[in-house]
Ligand binder design. Sequence first.
Ligand code: GLC
Length: 446
Amino acid sequence: MGSPGWFDFRALILREYQFSFLRRDRVRFSRFLLALVAIAATVLVGAQVWSQQPVTISFLLRAVEADQMQGLAEQFMAENPDIRIEMVRGPNAADAVENLYTTSFLLGDSPYDILFSDVVWIPKFAAAGWLLDLSDRVSEADLADFLPADVAAGLYQDGLYRMPFRSDMGMLYYRTDLLDQVGLAPPKTFDDLITAAETIQAQTDVDWGFTWQGLQYEGLVTNFVEIIAGYGGFWIDPTTLEVGLDQPAGVQAVEFMKGLIDQRISPPGVTNYTEEDSLRQFQNGNVAFLRNWPYAWAEANRDGTPVAGKIALKPMVHAPGQQPAACLGGWGFGISATTPHPEEAWRVVEFFTSPGPLKDFITEFAYVPSRRALFTDPDVLAAFPHYAQLLEVAETAVPRPPVGQYAQVSDILQRYLSAAISDQMTAEEAMRAAAGESRRVLGVEG
Ligand code: GLC
């Protein structure tokens, strides 16, 4: 407590201040009030502007695809000013993108509102609880328009966790001019391919017979799936979890791949090739045959490309008495369970997967739609007459096993395939080891 003198002094100052304020500073006081009002108004307007800021919906995807999908994203943002789409450019290898998503989901609170998902990721992501169940958002009738295998890839237990966008299937591309030059028909069997490649390499100035995807990554697995099926074998039976890698067809498939390199039909560098590398060689006119996805058609036929107009595509080669096999690929959209904006994320997904935008996208880039009606759409057929046949290939494509441990079994297969084709192991050793490790991961007896 202070002394009474102190209180008197304070009262005096206060009185003086009030007096001088009333006497001399009325103008200053009104300025002060005005300033207060102005500040309050700025805060209010600012808050309103802030609340009208677009919500950002973000997802990660392979850089090559981000470039291609930019046009659709721009269109969506122009039509939906309250949402901004942010496409984060990832590596071009599919499983490298999966690793980045996995890390971000494991850390919790993923920065991605949407999972742009390969056809093989859903059992793992859905089982981990990282995705929203979309089944209430889409009608049975609309789902029926999509390829059944693409829809199946999004199902986990009773939920739907991925809306299909585009499908994919491995195809064999060839140079029609070179086959004409040597007088051979397009190959049907593995042996036909080897003969045609060697003949072209011997009789024309084209250096290489066949390029494909031999880098240690998911693409190598998709090539192998086609070859093992072409020998009548299988990788993993999803219903029994039986592993078929060490059966004769598995070993034959690896021997075929190794043989392509040993016989110099494929360049030694093929063990480092992704889709883009193998396509580049073909596009430059350096190679007679290419295994790739349908998008390579538009790329190789681009104006100014040396092979434009000189190429055709057909189902993959196979062993005599067996059927050609195309590995099922493709991409779609899931929604992160932790996104603060599920409604906006769904509007983005709905837009990308609806018939109009999807049609624009596939006709520009020769991607394969997940919607069946687009295969026979007159505009699509005018651009790509071969799509009428692709529907059948799409409906019989070979899926990779939809198991929760997919990332692990794919990694095992990648490692041993890579070791075999780069001459560190025999085909038989590699497949025996890969089969053993896969059985352990799947928890089945050897
Ligand atoms: C393509 C396919 C995808 C596959 C990948 C492998 O993008 O659509 O399913 O996993 O190639 O490289």
